[in-house]
Design a protein around this ligand. Structure first.
Ligand SMILES: Nc1ncnc2c1ncn2[C@@H]1O[C@H](COP(=O)(O)OP(=O)(O)OP(=O)(O)O)[C@@H](O)[C@H]1O
Length: 298
C-alpha cells in the first residue's frame, strides 16, 4: 500500500527554485530516505509532505489524501529546527504534546522505549544532544502516528548516540510505523533505508535501494594488500577485472569491478605471492552520488 505519494512537486522561494519536479512514493512499513547535500531541498520537500508548506505545483498525498486534523493525527513530525523551552521538563513536554491528540500513546511507555524513563523530570535544557533527539522522536510518536517524518535526526550526535538512534528508528519501524527520513549522512542512509531518493539542487537524481544505487555506478571495489615478494605489475594489470593499480610504499591498491578479489588472489597465487593485510572496500553511496551527480555528498 502506498502511504505517501508525491507527484511533480515544485517549490520556489522568491526567485530560487528549491524543489524541481520531484516525484516518489513511499510504501507502508518502509524506511524511505531523502538523501542529498546541504541545501538540496530535502527539508522543503518533506515540509510539503507534512502539509507545512504549500507546493507551487504538483500534488502530495498521505494515506490516500488525508488533510487537516486527520492528517495531523496520523503523521508524526520531527523537524530539524524544532527545539523546546530549556526549562520544560521531559514529562511536561510529552504531556503537552499528548494533549494535542484525541487518542495519544501512553507516553510513560514511550519514554521507556526511547530510553529516557530516568530523565522524566529533567528539564529539556539539561539533556544531552542524543537525549534531546530521542525526546523529539518520542514527541513525534506521541500521537501514535502511522507515518513519521524525521529530519536530520542524528546531526550533531557522537557516533554512539547516532547508532543508538538508528536502533531506535528500526524498532519504531518494526512497530509498524512508516518512516520518511531526511539525512545527509551516507552511512545513516545505507544502514537504515529500504529505499532512497537522491536529491541534488532540488532535483531527484535517482531512486532505488542503497544496493541498487551503488550498483548503478558499476559496483566498483578497491582491494589493498602488502605482497610477500616483488611481482610485476602486469600480473594484475592484465586482469579484465582490474581498472587501476597503484603502489605506495609497500602497499598495493587495486580498483576494479566484477569478482575482483577472486581474480587478484588467483593471479597472485599463480605468481607465488601471498597478499598480507588484505582489505576489500566496496563502493558506497558517496561513490554512487559522485557517479550520478559529479559531486561529493559530504
Ligand atoms: N523559508 C525559506 N525562505 C527562503 N529560502 C529558503 C527557506 N527555506 C529554505 N530556503 C532555501 O532553500 C534551499 C533548500 O533548503 P532546504 O532546507 O529545503 O534544503 P535541505 O536539503 O534540507 O538542506 P539542509 O540539510 O541544509 O537543511 C536552501 O538554499 C535554503 O537556503
Amino acid at each position: 500500500m502506498k502511504v505517501i505519494e508525491v507527484s511533480n512537486l515544485r517549490k520556489q522561494y522568491r526567485d530560487q527554485l528549491v524543489v524541481d519536479d520531484v516525484s516518489f512514493t513511499v510504501e507502508e512499513g518502509e524506511i524511505f530516505g531523502v538523501l542529498g547535500p546541504n541545501g538540496a531541498g530535502k527539508t522543503t520537500t518533506v515540509e510539503c509532505v507534512a502539509g507545512l508548506r504549500v507546493p507551487d505545483y504538483g500534488t502530495v498525498g498521505v494515506l490516500g489524501g488525508l488533510t487537516g486534523t486527520e492528517l495531523r493525527e496520523q503523521l508524526g513530525v520531527q523537524l530539524q529546527s524544532s527545539t523546546l523551552p530549556g526549562k520544560l521538563r521531559v514529562w511536561e513536554a510529552l504531556d503537552l504534546y499528548a494533549s494535542f491528540y484525541r487518542a495519544p500513546a501512553d507516553w510513560a511507555e514511550l519514554l521507556e522505549r526511547v530510553g529516557l524513563a530516568d530523565k522524566r523530570d529533567t528539564p529539556y535544557g539539561k539533556l544531552s544532544g542524543g537525549q534531546q533527539q530521542r525526546l523529539s522522536i518520542a514527541l513525534a510518536l506521541v500521537g501514535s502516528p502511522r507515518v513519521a517524518i524525521l529530519d536530520e535526526l542524528t546531526t550533531g550526535l557522537d557516533p554512539q548516540a547516532r547508532r543508538d538512534t538508528w536502533e531506535l528508528i528500526e524498532r519504531v519501524r518494526d512497530d509498524g510505523v512508516t518512516i520518511l527520513l531526511v539525512t545527509h549522512f551516507m552511512e545513516e542512509a545505507e544502514r537504515l533505508c529500504d529505499r532512497l531518493a537522491l536529491i541534488d539542487s532540488g532535483r531527484l537524481v535517482a531512486l532505488d535501494s542503497p544496493a541498487g544505487l551503488i550498483a548503478k555506478v558499476g559496483g566498483r571495489q578497491t582491494v589493498r594488500f602488502r605482497p610477500s615478494q616483488p611481482f610485476d605489475d602486469s600480473v594484475l594489470k592484465a586482469l579484465p577485472e582490474v581498472t587501476e593499480m597503484r603502489r605506495s610504499g609497500g602497499q598495493i591498491t587495486v580498483t576494479g569491478t566484477g569478482d575482483l578479489l577472486l581474480a587478484i588472489t588467483t593471479a597472485l597465487s599463480a605468481a607465488h605471492v601471498v597478499p598480507a593485510d588484505l582489505r576489500v572496500e566496496q563502493a558506497n553511496l558517496d561513490d554512487a552520488f559522485l557517479g550520478l551527480t559529479g559531486k561529493k555528498l559530504s
